[in-house]
Design a protein around this ligand. Sequence first.
Ligand SMILES: Cc1cc2nc3c(=O)[nH]c(=O)nc-3n(C[C@H](O)[C@H](O)[C@H](O)COP(=O)(O)O)c2cc1C
Length: 211
Amino acid sequence: MKKLMDSLNWRYATKKYDSTKKLTKKELNDLLEVLRLAPSSYGLQPWKFVVVENKDLRKSIQQAAWNQSQVSEASHLVVLCTRTDLDENYVKKYVDFMSQESGAPRDKLAAVENMMLGFRKGLTSEQVVEWGKKQVYLACGFLLMAAGLKKIDASPMEGFDPVKVDEILGLKEMHLTSTVIVALGHRSAEDKYASAKKVRFSKEDVVVVNK
Ligand SMILES: Cc1cc2nc3c(=O)[nH]c(=O)nc-3n(C[C@H](O)[C@H](O)[C@H](O)COP(=O)(O)O)c2cc1C
């Protein structure tokens, strides 16, 4: 636990990156694996994670993101997206996949399938996207924590225009919408935010114990 606590105090929302310091392929792949393994409600994984390598695209995204320099200067940029195609067919296909992966006979999964279908039917297409975004934020939390543990700097960003970012990356055609962006890399020695005191409410303020 000490290692985790130290890394939570070490990490901060990095504002300035050292562009010469790149993540290794293994570091990037490990962090993408953390995203893939993140939990989601019903296990439905309503997400995709877009790694933007193209420099021009990153510049365009920066312009759609309050000109935040992290977007272009960090080693890597991941746009965490919510799926917009989570309909009843998606649920059925997911149950097929569950059966295939777990070895459980398809008909034994009828109860869980009906529960998921009932959940989906109870939401409009807009509501299911809003629900999906919550799952994506959870995956974002896993990513930030894992990056901190590996001494990789990260910047979560919701300060961007999702309509513009969706357009830049052609996400609509992929049945996705950009939800939160995370820049990854290594901090610049000049980033004064690295030494800023953490501003957090006290335990008494945020933990309520009902006895
Ligand atoms: C979901 C999310 C979105 C954020 N968006 C931005 C952003 O667009 N720009 C920015 O400079 N910081 C952004 N932040 C960073 C927060 O301001 C920062 O995490 C918070 O002030 C706590 O500071 P710390 O992370 O450095 O400990 C975001 C953080 C989160 C969790």
